[in-house]
Design a protein around this ligand. Structure first.
Ligand SMILES: [Mn+2]
Length: 407
């Protein structure tokens, strides 16, 4: 059987709202033409409570997917936490919920809506068997959950391969080996043993590894969510063949990302503007579709200029219609800014600015209250903030304020 793995579609993702639907639809349509079954390891929806517009668009995409001519069928389903739960379709589109769909325990999530509508089988904490021409593929699913729940849940569910089937373990978590900075993440050798293939979601870029000597595959998201170097390749899905145990990545031709680093020394605002324009023009020459561009500014500003003088807004406005452009100026240093930071840090300057701030706030508040008493804000502030200001002083000031109110 040929299995397509399509993950992390994030329907309704705000930054690239349309892409979240069109690119997922492209992946699912291509996958349905190449595979006997489609497996989805989580995050179909971007938000826990998707808006009706997002739900409707998602329903339409899965509705047309369900109407394709599927020869493979789901022939068995068993929910291990809730034995009375059943599947609502035999269409071989099988998913688990992701961390973005997670709701309180015992509540129904957005993915379940697709399942109840009979458009896919939700195999979270369940086993689903797909059959075609006598060949069986069993999918054990674990929905995305908080890291500390993974191991106890696996102990409770005790996932076991189904005999006579090609067994897949599908989940939606980080593993310690992929992100080795959090010891709570499950280690790959703690994943249940005895499966023929491990499929994971959650990670938005493609991963190809082995677990217990078997392939461990993550296709990555179908929509771009991280505008960083290394994300310039097209998004896509994985096609796995259960007879050869081989897989390939199928790119979908997603919207292109360009990450450009602009190195500048002693730069004036004009240099930055011209540099950004040069990069933008070269990107726009080679991209047919509105591209995603991230420009990283690195280096130093000319003397007398700070980050505030950078013409970032002008460049963003000029290209807003032609590209999804963002500029990261955190790599720029300026002598002026360094001096300003030193000034703020020195206690004398720091005290003075805090006092000024306090006085301005008091003055604004008094104006707001239409205070017209015969004392100015500065004098009042000094009386109140005087070291060891006594209750009697505060009472006097209050009385004065009340008097002026009554006047
Ligand atoms: Mn995700």
């Amino acid at each position: 059987m040929k299995i397509a793995i399509v993950s992390d579609m994030h329907f309704g993702y705000e930054r690239f709202y349309e892409d979240s639907f069109t690119q997922a639809e492209k992946a699912l349509t291509m996958a349905s033409g190449m595979a006997d079954a489609i497996l989805i390891p989580g995050d179909v929806f971007d938000k826990r409570f998707p808006k009706p517009d997002v739900l409707a668009k998602g329903l339409r995409i899965f509705k047309s997917l369900s109407e394709r001519n599927w020869t493979a069928k789901v022939t068995a389903y068993r929910n291990l936490l809730n034995p009375s739960e059943r599947n609502h379709t035999n269409i071989p589109v099988v998913a688990v919920s992701g961390t973005h769909e997670r709701v309180a325990e015992g509540k129904e999530n957005a993915l379940m809506l697709l399942s109840i509508a009979g458009l896919l089988v939700d195999t979270s904490e369940s086993i689903t068997v797909i059959e075609k021409d006598g060949e069986k593929v069993a999918v054990f699913g674990l929905g995305g959950t908080s890291e500390e729940r993974v191991k106890p849940l696996l102990e409770k569910l005790a996932p076991k391969p189904v005999s006579g089937a090609f067994n897949i373990f599908m989940f939606h978590q980080s593993t310690y080996e992929l992100l080795p900075f959090n010891d709570e993440f499950i280690h790959e050798n703690e994943l249940p043993d005895g499966f023929d293939l491990y499929i994971d979601g959650h990670i938005h870029s493609k991963v190809e590894r082995t677990v217990h000597g078997k392939p461990f595959l993550i296709p990555g998201s179908t929509v771009l969510t991280q505008l960083k170097d290394g994300e310039q390749d097209s998004k896509g899905f994985i096609l796995f063949d259960t007879s050869t145990h081989k897989h390939e990545f199928i790119p979908i031709g997603s919207r292109k990302l360009y990450v450009k680093t602009l190195k500048l020394e002693g730069a004036k605002p004009k240099d930055i503007e011209e540099g950004c324009e040069r990069e933008m023009e070269s990107v726009l020459r080679e991209s047919a579709e509105k591209p995603i561009v991230r420009i990283l500014l690195e280096g130093t500003m000319a003397n007398g200029f700070t980050i505030v003088d950078m013409p970032v807004r002008q460049v963003l406005q000029r290209y807003a219609a032609k590209a999804y452009i963002s500029i990261d100026s955190s790599g720029m240093e300026s002598a002026e800014l360094d001096k300003a930071i030193t000034d703020v840090r020195s206690s004398r300057a720091g005290n003075r600015s805090v006092k000024e701030l306090g006085m301005n706030t008091l003055s604004a508040k008094l104006k707001e209250q239409k205070f017209t008493g015969g004392i100015d804000a500065a004098a009042l502030f000094n009386m109140l903030s005087e070291e060891g200001a006594k209750d009697s002083v505060i009472k006097k000031v209050l009385a004065m304020l009340l008097d002026s109110d009554n006047a």
